[in-house]
Design a protein around this ligand. Sequence first.
Ligand code: MRU
Length: 345
Amino acid sequence: MSTFRSIEWKKDKLVLLDQRYLPEKTLYLELKTVDEVARAIKEMTVRGAPAIGVAAAYGMVLCVQKLSKNDDLIRELQKADDLLRASRPTAVNLFWALDRMKKIWQGFNGSLEDLKMILEKEAVDIEREDVEINKQIAKNGVELVPFGAKIIHHCNTGSLATVDYGTALGVIRYAHEIGKKIHVFLDETRPRLQGARLSAWEMKELGIPHTIIVDGASGLVMKKFKIDLALVGADRIAANGDTANKIGTYNLAIVAKYHNVPLYVVAPTSTIDLKTPAGQDIPIEERRADEIRCVGNSQVAPQESPVFNPAFDVTPAELISGIITEKGIVYPPFKENLRRLFESA
Ligand code: MRU
């Protein structure tokens, strides 16, 4: 268990560790409506693909809890579902979790009280499963981490981005726990600084040796420190293995290829979207210009300068050495092997 909880369900409210203020302030936000949950996802109070999915599931629970017999149940739930789906478009875990909830409420013909109970149970299950899955991912991935490994990591994929333990940072954490004496280089991850603010905070809390670097330093770091592997998370893995993840992952993958550093994507199978054939079909979120023009409260670029701010990029499958999941490590050819992973399930 971590010393903090990114997400906590308390019967009629969702408590989120507000990731916008870390590491300066540890503030918790209590959410009581689906509108508040949708806003928290959009504004990145909660972030990271698996954490967004869990928060959205609880958003549906908060919605149904407010309904009474006279309400048009399906209409209200559909409205909430639409609102949550519109909050962030790239992470498929959001849609995956909402699909799980929808399977229950769509066509439900029991009592409202039963529906409230069953939807709450489903959200609690999604939350609980996330921790178990991450621990299994870590066990599967650790074999790729040599003793004394130097690892490079992008964005934040730890307990903050999930319910607990994390995906890529989960593998790193487990390698540390079993005494592999690793060192992790953390890309700061402009513009929201998830690496510098969040991953570094988690590594410090866990006592894992780490060094923060600017995103542009990855080439030099690979050359100078002989990095063994790169571990990154994912927001959506297309059927052919192309992977959307935090902006800058694609650059890192190109630099890694040049330096013969294997790059592994670490993600639960809920991040694999077989309905999306290839990277070009993944919707990429674009965020506000001020995320780039400003750092904290300081303006660092002219207000008049145009900005292009995609939150994610797509790393082509050919730059990925393997995909570490809770069901095992998938190697190329990804199209065949990802399909097989689901068939075997
Ligand atoms: O915009 P964010 O901070 O939600 O982006 C997060 C990432 O890109 C993570 O790498 C991804 O969601 C995997 S988290 C286990």
